[in-house]
Design a binder for this molecule. Structure first.
Ligand SMILES: [Zn+2]
Length: 322
């Protein structure tokens, strides 16, 4: 399969032609100086940008959303780079390359994280687990026992109602006897507003990823309104009142729902994205699908040439109905 896809130029060319009218939206989170698990290295990202430059038309999500809204023609072979969360490593490693190749992108930021009044809860869990001396193997919460490892705790947290999740993390911090700093420690550092301003001035759209990164499927309507609405106000206050787009934290089917979509639309965002691909691609309004940008070279070529898109269409893969 590897040789067919990477060496068979006609095959990639055919897939690219078949999917030329449907933009491909890529999703990234963290970047690194050298190869590191869970990060996209700057060398690999540079190769990706050169490949995009050669084969596709890069565009920010807001530009695509506005062409779509105004029923203007969308160029063929559009690729949209989106980056979630707000980590400083995006400014350090991805932004210089985006600038070098003059490739626009969209950066979705969690505004409390940028404000240094909070940091991302999965990072808090990682921090607690990597700094503990405990001999315990499990944690008990609300009558259920969970193994003390990131996978098990992350799974539990994603399925807890948001306020309960916050209580659980407090409980974990007490049990492990580690005080969580108010703002992010260095290894989980965020960008500053000044860095975001510099990025915005250089073609990077700054979109919203809520105030505190909750699963919007696990909060009340009132909380969803605050997370979705206030984060936009905060970004606009710092970076100017211009059209912006939105990204659902965690972005899986149970992290948003038709009601959350309505709130995002009513707040005035121009588009919103999930964190998974399926056959719907751009047909579900305010829930455009994304492909991971974190894979290897073969995966990346398959995605930007539309091979993955065709596979989901042929298999009729539906992850979510909305
Ligand atoms: Zn996120």
């Amino acid at each position: 399969m590897k040789s067919l896809i990477t060496k068979s130029y006609p095959f990639l060319k055919l897939a690219k032609w078949l999917t030329r009218n449907t933009p491909k939206i890529m999703m990234y989170h963290s970047f690194s100086d050298a190869e590191k698990e869970g990060y996209v290295s700057k060398a690999h990202f540079e190769w990706q940008l050169q490949t995009i430059k050669k084969n596709c038309v890069p565009m920010s999500l807001i530009d695509l959303a506005e062409l779509n809204e105004n029923k203007k023609p969308i160029p063929k072979n559009v690729v949209v780079i989106t980056i979630d969360d707000g980590y400083k490593n995006v400014f350090d490693y991805a932004f210089p390359l985006l600038k070098k190749y003059q490739i626009p992108a969209t950066f979705f930021v969690t505004t409390n994280f940028i404000d240094q009044t909070d940091w991302l809860w999965p990072d808090k869990v990682k921090y607690l687990l990597s700094n503990t001396q405990t001999q315990e193997t499990h944690i008990e919460f609300d009558g259920t026992k969970t193994e003390l490892n990131f996978g098990a705790i992350n799974h539990l947290c994603l399925n807890l109602e948001n306020n309960k999740k916050l209580k659980f993390i407090e409980h974990l911090s007490k049990m492990l006897d580690i005080t969580l700093p108010v703002g992010p420690p260095d290894e989980f550092a965020s960008c500053t507003w000044q860095q975001l301003e510099e990025m915005q001035l250089n073609g990077i759209e700054i979109g919203s990823h809520t105030l505190s990164h909750p699963s919007l499927g696990q909060v009340s309507d009132e909380q969803a309104n605050v997370e979705i609405g206030d984060s936009l106000t905060v970004i606009n206050t710092h970076l100017g009142n211009i059209p912006r787009t939105f990204c659902y934290p965690n972005g899986q089917p149970n992290d948003y729902n038709p009601n959350v979509i309505k709130i995002v639309n009513a707040t005035g965002y121009k588009a919103a994205v999930t964190a998974f691909p399926d056959k719907h691609v751009l047909t579900k309004e305010f829930a455009w699908r994304r492909y991971s940008g974190a894979g290897n070279e073969i995966h990346f070529k398959k995605v930007i040439h539309g091979v993955e898109m065709i596979e989901y269409q042929l298999k009729k893969t539906v992850v979510c109905d909305y």
